[in-house]
Design a protein around this ligand. Structure first.
Ligand code: FPP
Length: 243
């Protein structure tokens, strides 16, 4: 049967998602926290594929922050294992992903990520790089302030090397030095689980983003929840500092 794909008068070009509430989802069910992350990873797959069907061109999912290394080793290992499984699955399903037009990319500091995961990330990125229906960005070992600091260091080096003069530095110079270079800023940032923070996610890029919050925990987040966020987004009056 044909699936009914809802239509919207305006769609965000880029949506950021903070996948929060996995731990609480597990706790509510007396399960270990990693079970919540397993369900959260399933929701990520479901929502990413649905977004492609809706015609959204880019989504960035916050999967692991530069601060998340502070969690118990057992939990960090479980999340890393989920990345491994997802990347292996993406390799197995590469034909299916190609048909769906999914380009997979990763943002974050690649130093510190286990080498086998890094190799898989690079392989998948390379294989899916020509797909154009949707870019799915996974933020792994990502921190917005860290990203800006790294970007500023790159710019400083270009100045030292005589490639760039300080007077020529503008906002685009910084945008281009970030992991998201070439990708439009997120129009919409979604945070489920009843928290109202940005948590160091897309710090520079979110300057004019619309925010959408919900009490639903990420593993329970559905296609309908994404549609609700999009319906609200349609009604927002974005002025970008104008009147
Ligand atoms: C925040 O919820 C979630 C994380 C720090 C990890 C997110 C990871 C995943 C969804 C799995 C990633 C894997 C793939 C393949 C994308 P929390 O644990 O802080 O929840 P809590 O606030 O309820 O404790």
């Amino acid at each position: 049967m044909e699936k009914n794909i809802p239509e919207f008068t305006v769609l965000p070009k880029h949506i950021g998602v903070i996948m929060d509430g996995n731990g609480r989802w597990a706790k509510q069910r007396n399960l270990p926290r990693y079970k919540g992350h397993i369900e959260g990873a399933k929701t990520f797959r479901k929502i990413g594929e649905f977004a492609a069907e809706l015609g959204i061109k880019c989504m960035t999912f916050y999967a692991f922050s530069t601060e998340n290394w502070k969690r118990p080793q057992e939990e960090v290992d479980a999340i890393m294992q989920l990345f491994r499984e997802y990347l292996n699955e993406a390799e197995e399903r590469k034909e299916e992903n190609r048909e769906k037009g999914i380009c997979l990319r990763f943002i974050g500091d690649r130093r510190g990520i286990p080498e086998d995961i890094l190799a898989l990330m690079e392989h998948i990125e390379n294989e899916s790089r020509y797909e154009t229906k949707i870019i799915l960005n996974l933020a792994i070992n990502y921190g917005g302030r860290h990203e800006i600091t790294q970007g500023v260091k790159k710019i400083a080096q270009r100045v030292l090397d005589g490639e760039l003069s300080p007077e020529d530095i503008n906002e685009d110079t910084l945008s281009d030095s970030l992991y998201t270079s070439g990708i439009p800023d997120p129009d919409l940032i979604i945070r489920p689980s009843g928290e109202y923070r940005l948590s160091n996610f897309l710090t520079w890029q979110s300057a004019y983003s619309e925010f959408w919050f919900s009490d639903v925990l990420w593993p329970d987040f559905t296609e309908d929840d994404l549609c609700k966020a999009l319906q609200d987004f349609e009604k927002r009056n974005r002025r970008f500092g104008g009147i």
